[in-house]
Ligand binder design. Sequence first.
Ligand code: SF4
Length: 213
Amino acid sequence: MTKKQLALEIIERLKQEYPMADCTLDYDEAWKLLVSVRLAAQCTDARVNVVVEGLYEKYPTVEALAQADVEDIERIVKPCGLGHSKARDISACMKTLLEQYGGKVPDDFDALLKLPGVGRKSANLIMGDVFGKPAIVTDTHCIRLVNRMGLVDDIKEPKKVEMALWKIIPPEEGNDFCHRLVNHGREVCTARTRPYCDRCCLNDICKKKGIEQ
Ligand code: SF4
Protein backbone atom coordinates (compact mmCIF):
# COMPACT_ATOMS: atom_id res chain seq x y z
CA MET A 1 0.00 0.00 0.00
CA THR A 2 1.39 3.43 -0.89
CA LYS A 3 1.32 6.21 1.70
CA LYS A 4 -1.48 7.89 -0.27
CA GLN A 5 -3.56 4.71 -0.26
CA LEU A 6 -2.85 4.22 3.44
CA ALA A 7 -3.90 7.80 4.14
CA LEU A 8 -7.21 7.38 2.28
CA GLU A 9 -7.99 4.17 4.14
CA ILE A 10 -7.17 5.75 7.51
CA ILE A 11 -9.28 8.81 6.66
CA GLU A 12 -12.29 6.62 5.86
CA ARG A 13 -11.96 4.48 8.98
CA LEU A 14 -11.57 7.47 11.27
CA LYS A 15 -14.67 9.03 9.68
CA GLN A 16 -16.63 5.96 10.70
CA GLU A 17 -15.12 5.98 14.18
CA TYR A 18 -15.51 9.70 14.86
CA PRO A 19 -18.35 11.03 12.69
CA MET A 20 -18.20 14.44 14.36
CA ALA A 21 -14.88 16.14 13.67
CA ASP A 22 -14.98 19.35 15.62
CA CYS A 23 -12.50 21.65 17.24
CA THR A 24 -12.73 21.22 21.01
CA LEU A 25 -12.05 24.90 21.66
CA ASP A 26 -15.32 26.83 22.10
CA TYR A 27 -15.77 29.97 20.02
CA ASP A 28 -18.54 31.85 18.28
CA GLU A 29 -16.43 34.47 16.51
CA ALA A 30 -13.20 34.04 14.56
CA TRP A 31 -11.14 36.34 16.78
CA LYS A 32 -12.07 34.26 19.80
CA LEU A 33 -10.54 31.16 18.21
CA LEU A 34 -7.34 33.15 17.70
CA VAL A 35 -7.31 33.96 21.41
CA SER A 36 -8.15 30.41 22.46
CA VAL A 37 -5.56 28.77 20.25
CA ARG A 38 -2.85 30.97 21.77
CA LEU A 39 -4.02 30.08 25.26
CA ALA A 40 -4.10 26.39 24.38
CA ALA A 41 -0.30 26.12 24.13
CA GLN A 42 0.72 23.71 26.91
CA CYS A 43 -2.81 23.84 28.34
CA THR A 44 -5.90 21.68 27.90
CA ASP A 45 -8.74 22.88 25.67
CA ALA A 46 -11.16 22.28 28.57
CA ARG A 47 -9.30 24.73 30.80
CA VAL A 48 -9.02 27.30 28.00
CA ASN A 49 -12.80 27.11 27.47
CA VAL A 50 -13.37 27.99 31.13
CA VAL A 51 -10.77 30.78 31.28
CA VAL A 52 -12.03 32.57 28.17
CA GLU A 53 -15.50 32.88 29.67
CA GLY A 54 -14.11 35.30 32.26
CA LEU A 55 -12.00 37.06 29.65
CA TYR A 56 -14.92 37.72 27.29
CA GLU A 57 -17.21 38.72 30.10
CA LYS A 58 -14.89 41.60 30.82
CA TYR A 59 -13.66 42.22 27.27
CA PRO A 60 -16.40 41.13 24.84
CA THR A 61 -15.02 42.61 21.60
CA VAL A 62 -11.75 42.92 19.68
CA GLU A 63 -11.79 46.64 20.50
CA ALA A 64 -12.22 46.04 24.22
CA LEU A 65 -9.48 43.43 24.35
CA ALA A 66 -7.12 45.57 22.25
CA GLN A 67 -7.57 48.43 24.70
CA ALA A 68 -7.36 46.26 27.82
CA ASP A 69 -4.48 46.62 30.26
CA VAL A 70 -2.11 43.75 29.39
CA GLU A 71 -1.51 43.12 33.11
CA ASP A 72 -5.21 42.51 33.56
CA ILE A 73 -5.30 40.09 30.61
CA GLU A 74 -2.35 38.29 32.20
CA ARG A 75 -4.16 38.03 35.53
CA ILE A 76 -7.20 36.47 33.84
CA VAL A 77 -5.34 34.01 31.57
CA LYS A 78 -2.76 32.96 34.18
CA PRO A 79 -4.52 29.61 34.89
CA CYS A 80 -3.62 28.56 31.32
CA GLY A 81 0.11 28.90 32.10
CA LEU A 82 2.66 31.11 30.33
CA GLY A 83 0.40 34.03 31.23
CA HIS A 84 3.01 36.71 30.68
CA SER A 85 3.76 35.88 27.05
CA LYS A 86 0.23 34.76 26.17
CA ALA A 87 -1.28 38.02 27.46
CA ARG A 88 1.21 40.08 25.47
CA ASP A 89 0.62 38.11 22.28
CA ILE A 90 -3.16 38.36 22.67
CA SER A 91 -2.99 42.09 23.31
CA ALA A 92 -0.68 42.70 20.33
CA CYS A 93 -2.75 40.42 18.10
CA MET A 94 -6.00 42.23 18.90
CA LYS A 95 -4.32 45.59 18.31
CA THR A 96 -3.08 44.39 14.91
CA LEU A 97 -6.52 43.06 13.98
CA LEU A 98 -8.02 46.40 14.88
CA GLU A 99 -5.41 48.60 13.22
CA GLN A 100 -4.75 46.59 10.05
CA TYR A 101 -7.88 44.54 9.42
CA GLY A 102 -10.75 46.61 10.83
CA GLY A 103 -11.17 44.14 13.69
CA LYS A 104 -11.70 41.17 11.33
CA VAL A 105 -9.58 38.04 11.12
CA PRO A 106 -7.91 37.86 7.67
CA ASP A 107 -8.72 34.78 5.57
CA ASP A 108 -5.20 34.59 4.19
CA PHE A 109 -2.66 32.12 5.55
CA ASP A 110 0.36 34.41 5.20
CA ALA A 111 -1.49 37.33 6.79
CA LEU A 112 -2.49 35.10 9.71
CA LEU A 113 1.12 33.98 10.15
CA LYS A 114 2.19 37.60 10.59
CA LEU A 115 -0.14 38.15 13.53
CA PRO A 116 1.58 38.19 16.95
CA GLY A 117 1.62 34.77 18.58
CA VAL A 118 0.24 32.95 15.52
CA GLY A 119 2.27 30.06 14.09
CA ARG A 120 1.54 27.58 11.31
CA LYS A 121 -0.55 25.33 13.54
CA SER A 122 -2.83 28.18 14.60
CA ALA A 123 -3.02 29.68 11.11
CA ASN A 124 -4.02 26.30 9.68
CA LEU A 125 -6.65 25.83 12.37
CA ILE A 126 -8.19 29.22 11.57
CA MET A 127 -8.10 28.57 7.81
CA GLY A 128 -9.80 25.21 8.22
CA ASP A 129 -12.28 25.80 11.01
CA VAL A 130 -13.25 29.41 10.42
CA PHE A 131 -12.93 29.71 6.64
CA GLY A 132 -13.46 26.09 5.55
CA LYS A 133 -10.26 26.09 3.52
CA PRO A 134 -7.72 23.26 3.18
CA ALA A 135 -5.70 22.94 6.37
CA ILE A 136 -3.39 20.54 8.16
CA VAL A 137 -2.93 21.17 11.87
CA THR A 138 0.19 19.45 13.10
CA ASP A 139 -0.30 19.39 16.85
CA THR A 140 1.25 16.87 19.22
CA HIS A 141 -1.44 14.21 18.53
CA CYS A 142 -1.10 14.56 14.77
CA ILE A 143 2.68 14.25 14.85
CA ARG A 144 2.66 11.23 17.17
CA LEU A 145 -0.08 9.38 15.29
CA VAL A 146 1.03 9.89 11.70
CA ASN A 147 4.50 8.64 12.68
CA ARG A 148 3.09 5.57 14.39
CA MET A 149 0.70 4.84 11.54
CA GLY A 150 3.48 5.09 8.96
CA LEU A 151 2.11 8.08 7.08
CA VAL A 152 5.44 9.83 7.69
CA ASP A 153 8.78 8.28 8.53
CA ASP A 154 10.29 9.54 11.76
CA ILE A 155 9.54 13.21 11.14
CA LYS A 156 8.92 15.23 14.29
CA GLU A 157 9.31 18.83 13.17
CA PRO A 158 5.77 20.24 12.74
CA LYS A 159 6.34 22.07 9.46
CA LYS A 160 8.05 19.04 7.89
CA VAL A 161 5.18 16.79 9.01
CA GLU A 162 2.70 19.27 7.54
CA MET A 163 4.54 19.37 4.21
CA ALA A 164 4.76 15.55 4.08
CA LEU A 165 1.02 15.24 4.79
CA TRP A 166 0.07 17.79 2.11
CA LYS A 167 1.57 15.33 -0.41
CA ILE A 168 -0.66 12.41 0.61
CA ILE A 169 -3.86 13.86 2.14
CA PRO A 170 -6.57 15.25 -0.16
CA PRO A 171 -6.64 18.97 0.74
CA GLU A 172 -10.36 19.02 1.50
CA GLU A 173 -9.91 16.17 4.00
CA GLY A 174 -7.01 17.66 5.96
CA ASN A 175 -8.86 19.72 8.53
CA ASP A 176 -11.34 17.06 9.65
CA PHE A 177 -8.64 14.38 9.50
CA CYS A 178 -6.54 16.35 11.99
CA HIS A 179 -9.50 16.81 14.35
CA ARG A 180 -10.11 13.06 14.21
CA LEU A 181 -6.45 12.39 14.98
CA VAL A 182 -6.94 14.40 18.17
CA ASN A 183 -9.95 12.24 19.09
CA HIS A 184 -8.03 9.06 18.31
CA GLY A 185 -4.93 10.29 20.13
CA ARG A 186 -6.90 11.05 23.27
CA GLU A 187 -9.01 7.90 23.29
CA VAL A 188 -6.98 5.10 21.70
CA CYS A 189 -3.51 5.94 20.41
CA THR A 190 -2.54 7.65 23.64
CA ALA A 191 0.71 9.37 24.50
CA ARG A 192 1.22 8.67 28.18
CA THR A 193 0.14 5.05 28.26
CA ARG A 194 0.74 2.21 25.86
CA PRO A 195 -1.62 2.74 22.91
CA TYR A 196 -4.72 0.56 22.92
CA CYS A 197 -3.89 -1.23 19.66
CA ASP A 198 -6.14 -4.16 20.54
CA ARG A 199 -9.22 -1.97 20.18
CA CYS A 200 -7.94 0.33 17.43
CA CYS A 201 -9.84 0.45 14.13
CA LEU A 202 -6.50 0.76 12.33
CA ASN A 203 -4.67 -2.16 13.89
CA ASP A 204 -4.47 -4.21 10.68
CA ILE A 205 -2.92 -1.41 8.63
CA CYS A 206 -0.90 0.59 11.21
CA LYS A 207 2.85 0.37 10.95
CA LYS A 208 3.44 0.53 14.70
CA LYS A 209 0.65 -1.72 15.89
CA GLY A 210 1.62 -3.11 19.26
CA ILE A 211 4.54 -0.80 19.94
CA GLU A 212 5.79 -0.66 23.49
CA GLN A 213 5.46 2.70 25.21
S1 SF4 B 1 -2.73 0.32 15.97
FE1 SF4 B 1 -1.89 1.14 17.89
S2 SF4 B 1 -0.17 2.48 17.30
FE2 SF4 B 1 -1.47 2.13 15.48
S3 SF4 B 1 -2.90 3.86 15.45
FE3 SF4 B 1 -3.92 2.17 16.51
S4 SF4 B 1 -3.46 2.50 18.69
FE4 SF4 B 1 -2.02 3.77 17.50
